[in-house]
Design a protein around this ligand. Structure first.
Ligand code: G3H
Length: 267
């Protein structure tokens, strides 16, 4: 039996709470048009996903259907369906076509006081419902790459603990987002990003139940970064610098340039 095709690069976008509803859908239409004709997507080189806000998930999934771009949620409840006013269950997210659920973003940890226990419970909930967790980790202040990698590895371990106990571990996307680089003018340096992402990838590769996991970088990422990172980093998790759909296309071009020889039709 042949092993499933694993894309070389993962490019995700979180729209956070920046856009209104119609703006979100217009952005999705433009992303759909780009993805439908871009050889990095049509050739299966790049895994792409977008995380709009909850009310846009259903129409966004419709607009992006068949384009190779999947949708996911920026959050999910740790609980199973029941009396949890205001929450959205993993079961419902899966039902409406989500493939991903973001967990542990620095903004949720800081502004909504989501601690390691909550992050682990949400990670387990995502995996229980067949959603790939986009698990965000990152050091709060500038630190050398070794210390940053240790802290992030501990965050990953902690986040996976509840899923491990429940026997639902599976592939995850770890988004390495140094907190000091989120919402900043520039990303962390390519050397720092490579060192931390490589250390995290090595740790993930030690656990068979996490096979297929990937490590991407987020934090003021935009066009021009992927090619400076090189093939050791699994991709990007974008925020503000993907608001221009042209920037998303430029990053797909870079992915093709970096990994293009592995897929037919991509120069
Ligand atoms: O979710 C995305 C990250 O937090 C990065 O956001 P940013 O690129 O706007 O800094």
């Amino acid at each position: 039996m042949s092993s499933p095709h694993v894309p070389s690069v993962t490019i995700g976008v979180s729209l956070k709470m920046y856009f209104g509803h119609h703006q979100t859908l217009n952005w999705c239409r433009r992303i759909a048009a780009i993805a439908e004709r871009h050889p990095a997507v049509t050739g299966g080189l790049v895994e792409t996903f977008v995380l709009p806000s909850f009310p846009a998930l259903v129409p966004a999934a419709g607009l992006l259907a068949g384009t190779g771009v999947r949708v996911g949620a920026q959050d999910l409840s740790a609980e199973e369906p029941g009396a949890f006013t205001g929450e959205v269950s993993g079961a419902q997210l899966r039902e409406i076509g989500c493939g991903y659920a973001e967990v542990g973003h620095a903004e949720r940890r800081r502004l909504f006081h989501e601690d390691e226990t909550v992050v682990a419970a949400k990670t387990a909930a995502a995996l229980r419902h067949g959603l790939t967790p986009v698990l965000c980790v990152g050091e709060p202040e500038r630190a050398d790459a070794g210390r940053a990698a240790e802290r992030c590895a501990a965050e990953v371990e902690s986040a996976l603990a509840a899923a491990g106990r429940a026997g639902v571990l599976g592939p995850v996307i770890v988004a390495y987002e140094p907190q000091w680089a989120i919402g900043a003018p520039e990303p962390a340096s390519p050397e720092h990003i490579r060192a931390v992402c490589t250390a995290l990838s090595t740790r993930l590769a030690e656990r068979a139940e996490l096979a297929g996991s990937r490590v991407v970088y987020g934090g003021s990422a935009g066009p021009g970064l992927l090619t400076r990172l090189g093939p050791e980093v699994g991709g990007l998790f974008l925020g503000r610098f993907a608001h221009d759909p042209g920037a998303f296309e430029a990053i797909l071009d870079e992915a093709a340039a970096l990994h293009g020889t592995t897929v037919a039709g991509v120069a």
